[in-house]
Design a protein around this ligand. Structure first.
Ligand code: C2E
Ligand code: CA
Ligand code: CA
Length: 508
C-alpha cells in the first residue's frame, strides 16, 4: 500500500471526490431549474383564470407540483410563494403562511436562495430553498454530500464566488482557502490539511475538498490499515455508482458539444401567416438534431440542457449560420418575408449578440426587418445587460417578438419598456379559444391588452380552422400552426411560399 502515501495520489483522490460532489451539485441545480420551468409551463387552465394565490394552492395545483417533483430524485418538494411568504407546500399542510424574509442569495438568473429553513409542522428537518417567481423548490441540505460515508475524514465546502458565501459544507472550511484559490492555487497544504479546489459547471461555484495530511499517512502504517482501506474502497465505490447515475445526464451536454462540431443540427421552417390575407409572411426557424445513429432528439429535450450548460450561445450561433446558408436566396427573391429565430436568456446577456446578428445580415445581404428575434419572458427578466442587448438589437432595426407570452412570470412593464414588435400568444391559450374553458377569458384579455399597447400578435399552435377564424375575428394579425403548415425543410418552405398567393383581405 505504499503507493497510497504519495501526495499526488492524495490530490487525485480529493480531486475525484470534489468533481463528483460538483456534478451532484450541478445535477441538483438542473433539477431545480427544470422543476421551476415545468411547473410554470404546465399551469393548467383553471389556475390561469382564477385569482392566482388561491388557484396556485388548489389541490390540482399541488398535485401538479407533486408530479413535477416525482421525476426529480434530488428534490424534496415544492411550494407556492406570494408576498414573500410560503402559502402552501407539497410536503405538509401549513397552518399559516410562513414569511421567508430576505433571500440569502440572488444569482444572475434571478434565482433566490434561503438555507436551513424549517417548517413548524416538520420539526427537526431543515431545507434549502430556491425560488423563481412564485414557485419554491425544497432540497435537503445534505443532498449533494450524502454520498460520503459518515466516517469519512474528508471535508467539503461549496463556495460561491465572488461573495465567498458557503452554499453547503461538511466538516472544516477556512475562509483563507477561498483567497488562496482566487490567487490561482488549486491544491495546497494549510496547517497540515491538504486542500483541493475544483470549479463546478456553474463557473462561480467551487468545491473545496480537504483532509488531514496525517490521516493519509496512517494508511500505509497503522494496524487499522485494512479497515481504513476498506472504508476508502467503499467510499470510492459509492462515488463511482453516483457517477454512473449522473453520467447519462451529463453526457447530453457532452453530446451537444460533439454534435455542434459534427454538424448534426439543422433547421425546419414553420410558415407564419397573415390572418387577414392568409398570405405567408415568413417563417420561424426551429432547430432539429439528428444524431449519427439516426436518433432524433427534440429541442424540448436538449435546449434546456444547452441553456444550463453554457452551450446555448453556440447553438444560437449555429442557427445564425444555418439561416444564412438556407434562407439567403429565398429572402433575395422574397424581400417581404421574415425569418424568426429563437434566442435564449444567455444570448440576451452576451454583448456579442448584436455583432453576430449584424454579421448575419451582411452575409445574407438582407435588411434587419427580414429577421425577427424571438425571446421568452425569462430572457427579458434578466436585468441590465439583457436590456442593453435588446435595445441595441431594436436600434439596429431587427424586429423583436416576445415568445410564449403568459406562460412565465408575466410582467407587463417590459412590453412598454422595449417597445416590442410582436407578442406571441402561446399554444396553451390558443387551444382554449374554441372551448368554454375559463382560460378562454384570459386569452381574450391578452388579445385586448396587446391591442391597447399597439402590439401585433402572432398566435402559435393554431390547429383548427375554427381557432383560426376566432383569432382572426378577435383582430389577431398573424398565426402559425399545423392548420397552415408543420415545420418543413427550406426547400418545402420555398415551394409553400410559391404556392400560397393568399386571399384578398376581407372585412373582419
Ligand atoms: P417555440 O418557440 O414555442 O416553438 C413552437 C413549437 O410548437 C415548436 O416545437 C413547433 O414545432 C410546435 N408547433 C408548431 N405548430 C404547432 C401546432 O399547431 N400544434 C402543436 N402541438 N405544436 C406546434 P419544437 O420545434 O419542438 O420546439 C420546441 C421549443 O424548442 C420551441 O418552442 C423553442 O422554445 C425551442 N427551440 C426550437 N428551436 C430553437 C432554436 O433554434 N433556439 C432556441 N434557443 N430554442 C429553440
Ligand atoms: Ca419561438
Ligand atoms: Ca412559443
Amino acid at each position: 500500500m505504499t503507493w497510497l502515501a504519495g501526495r499526488q495520489v492524495q490530490v487525485q483522490h480529493l480531486n475525484a471526490l470534489a468533481t463528483d460532489i460538483g456534478r451532484r451539485s450541478s445535477e441538483t441545480r438542473h433539477e431545480v431549474i427544470r422543476a421551476l420551468s415545468e411547473v410554470q409551463n404546465t399551469r393548467g387552465s383553471a389556475s390561469a383564470s382564477a385569482p392566482i394565490t388561491t388557484a396556485s394552492c388548489s389541490e390540482s395545483a399541488l398535485a401538479r407540483m407533486r408530479n413535477v417533483v416525482a421525476t426529480k430524485p434530488m428534490l424534496k418538494g415544492m411550494g407556492y410563494l406570494a408576498d414573500g411568504a410560503l402559502q402552501c407546500t407539497t410536503m405538509t399542510n401549513l397552518t399559516q403562511r410562513q414569511p421567508l424574509g430576505e433571500p440569502e442569495r440572488i444569482d444572475s438568473t434571478g434565482m433566490k436562495s434561503w438555507s436551513n429553513v424549517s417548517l413548524p409542522s416538520l420539526p427537526g428537518t431543515t431545507f434549502n430553498l430556491n425560488a423563481q417567481g412564485s414557485y419554491v423548490v425544497f432540497i435537503a441540505p445534505s443532498v449533494v454530500l450524502d454520498i460520503l460515508p459518515k466516517t469519512s475524514p474528508v471535508s467539503f465546502a461549496q463556495i460561491s464566488f465572488p461573495s465567498e458565501s458557503v452554499i453547503r459544507s461538511h466538516g472544516v472550511f477556512e475562509p483563507a482557502w477561498a483567497r488562496r484559490f482566487q490567487q490561482g492555487e488549486t491544491h495546497f497544504v494549510d496547517k497540515d490539511i491538504l486542500v483541493v479546489a475544483v470549479r463546478t459547471e456553474k463557473e462561480s461555484d467551487v468545491i473545496f475538498a480537504s483532509m488531514p495530511v496525517t490521516w493519509w499517512q496512517t494508511l500505509s502504517a497503522g494496524p487499522a490499515r485494512s479497515a481504513i482501506s476498506l472504508s476508502f474502497l467503499i467510499g470510492a465505490l459509492l462515488a463511482l455508482l453516483s457517477w454512473i447515475a449522473i453520467r447519462r445526464y451529463f453526457s447530453l451536454s457532452t453530446q451537444i458539444k460533439i454534435a455542434l462540431k459534427r454538424d448534426e443540427f439543422y433547421l425546419l421552417y414553420q410558415p407564419v401567416m397573415d390572418l387577414r390575407t392568409l398570405r405567408c409572411v415568413g417563417a420561424e426557424a426551429l432547430i432539429r438534431w439528428k444524431r449519427r445513429d439516426g436518433k432524433p432528439i427534440g429541442p424540448s429535450e436538449f435546449i434546456p440542457v444547452a441553456e444550463t450548460s453554457n452551450l446555448i450561445v453556440d447553438i444560437t450561433q449555429k442557427v445564425i449560420e444555418l439561416v444564412t446558408r438556407d434562407a439567403t436566396l429565398l429572402i433575395k427573391n422574397h424581400p417581404e418575408l421574415h425569418i424568426a429565430i429563437n434566442v435564449s436568456a444567455a444570448d440576451l446577456n452576451s454583448p456579442e449578440t448584436p455583432a453576430r446578428l449584424e454579421g448575419m445580415l451582411a452575409a445574407m445581404d438582407a435588411l434587419p426587418e427580414n429577421i425577427v428575434i424571438e425571446a421568452t419572458e425569462r430572457g427579458f427578466m434578466t436585468p441590465e445587460q439583457a436590456t442593453d442587448v435588446l435595445l441595441t438589437v431594436r436600434a439596429q432595426g431587427f424586429k423583436v417578438a416576445i415568445d410564449d407570452f403568459g406562460t412565465g412570470n408575466s410582467s407587463l412593464s417590459y412590453l412598454a419598456t422595449y417597445k416590442l414588435d410582436f407578442l406571441k400568444i402561446d399554444r396553451m391559450f390558443v387551444q382554449s379559444i374554441a372551448t368554454t374553458e375559463p382560460t378562454r377569458q384570459v386569452t381574450m384579455h391578452i388579445i385586448e391588452m396587446a391591442h391597447s399597447l399597439n402590439l401585433q400578435m402572432i398566435a402559435e399552435g393554431v390547429e383548427t380552422v375554427e381557432q383560426r377564424d376566432i383569432l382572426r375575428a378577435a383582430g389577431v394579425q398573424f398565426a402559425q400552426g399545423w392548420v397552415f403548415g408543420k415545420p418543413m425543410s427550406i426547400q418545402a418552405f420555398a415551394a409553400f411560399v410559391a404556392a400560397n398567393p393568399g386571399i384578398s383581405p376581407a372585412p373582419v
